[in-house]
Write a protein that binds this ligand. Structure first.
Ligand SMILES: Cc1cc2nc3c(=O)[nH]c(=O)nc-3n(C[C@H](O)[C@H](O)[C@H](O)COP(=O)(O)OP(=O)(O)OC[C@H]3O[C@@H](n4cnc5c(N)ncnc54)[C@H](O)[C@@H]3O)c2cc1C
Length: 271
């Protein structure tokens, strides 16, 4: 990790440095880890505010937004596409598909290539004001690569929000929350009796190679396969996909403009 941090800093100019175990408690109040890496180019945002602003800009530019309408079928008609929706049929010159983890049966081609996987966030109850400076003194977002979970403070610095995969679709509905609760408890012994105040989940799209991408198939452009990282990826990939639709040839084709995701073996569309 130390070597990677050095390469990122020296070769790519990314603010990045290793944190040895002896200095770890300046960043996080636990001995659970044996050191880590700080990346200054990665941060956090409030996703609801981000979404609200994207929507405001879209509406202000005169774009129609139809939130209560779903596409059931798309097929070729003449030199365009016929898009059947719950509110009627639309004749389209171009279609951009960006349904990611919410991909349903409307485009059968995607059905066995993108696996919707549940991602869940838990929020702890409010902690006493003096606790957080001990636990997360730098107020940084933290990613635990090996265990596949991420955590951060709430915007008022009073709660820990922790995200992880939630693969339970059957059984006790409380089980996924209790499983994720082990995250903060294992990290910080003083949170042994912590209660959770909130928990919510959504689907993220997983593909076999776990690479986000743009691709073109049968006259449609796709921007998808964000594998749980689409808040960062989707605006960039989406902008590139829009350039592609608009035929902006001056924009260089990116490395992420390539083939569709492969079939997932033995997966028949039921996660
Ligand atoms: C709990 C959770 C935590 C996450 N945390 C992070 C994080 O920390 N960092 C990060 O980068 N990403 C995170 N993500 C992932 C991120 O939210 C997604 O990758 C991102 O939202 C994908 O954006 P999108 O616009 O491609 O797709 P989405 O935001 O999933 O939007 C797809 C849209 O397509 C619509 N749709 C689907 N089918 C149809 C149809 N037939 N007709 C019409 N509309 C349709 C859906 O209704 C939906 O509105 C998280 C996701 C979850 C669920």
């Amino acid at each position: 990790m130390a070597r990677s941090a050095e390469v990122l800093a020296k070769k790519l100019g990314i603010g990045s440095h290793a944190v040895p175990h002896a200095e770890q408690r300046n960043y996080i109040g636990t001995d659970f880890y044996r050191g880590g890496t700080v990346r200054m180019d990665i941060g956090g945002l409030h996703p609801v505010k981000f979404h609200a602003e994207l929507l405001r800009v879209a509406l202000a530019s005169g774009l129609p937004v139809n939130s209560r309408m779903y596409v059931t079928l798309i097929n070729r008609e003449g030199d365009g596409l016929r898009v059947v929706t719950s509110a009627g049929t639309v004749q389209a010159r171009q279609v951009l598909v960006c349904t990611d983890g919410c991909t349903d049966g409307a485009i059968p081609f995607l059905h066995r290539r993108l696996v919707p996987v549940r991602s869940r966030i838990i929020a702890t109850e409010e902690l006493e004001p003096e606790v957080m400076p001990r636990l997360m003194p730098k107020l940084m977002m933290i990613e635990n690569r090996q265990l596949g979970f991420y955590y951060r403070l709430s915007p008022d610095d009073r709660r820990i929000l922790l995200e992880g995969r939630d693969s339970y679709r059957v059984g006790d509905p409380a089980a996924p929350k209790l499983f994720l609760r082990k995250g903060p408890v294992n990290l910080f012994s003083e949170l042994e009796n912590i209660r959770l105040s909130h928990s919510w989940f959504g689907n993220v799209a997983m593909s076999r190679d776990m690479l986000p991408r743009i691709f073109e198939k049968d006259g449609m452009v796709y921007a998808t396969s964000f594998c749980g990282l689409g808040v960062g990826w989707a605006p960039w990939i989406g902008t590139n996909a829009a350039d592609k639709l608009l035929g902006h040839s001056e924009q260089a084709r990116t490395a992420f403009d390539f083939r569709p995701p492969a079939f997932v073996p033995l997966y028949r569309g039921n996660p």
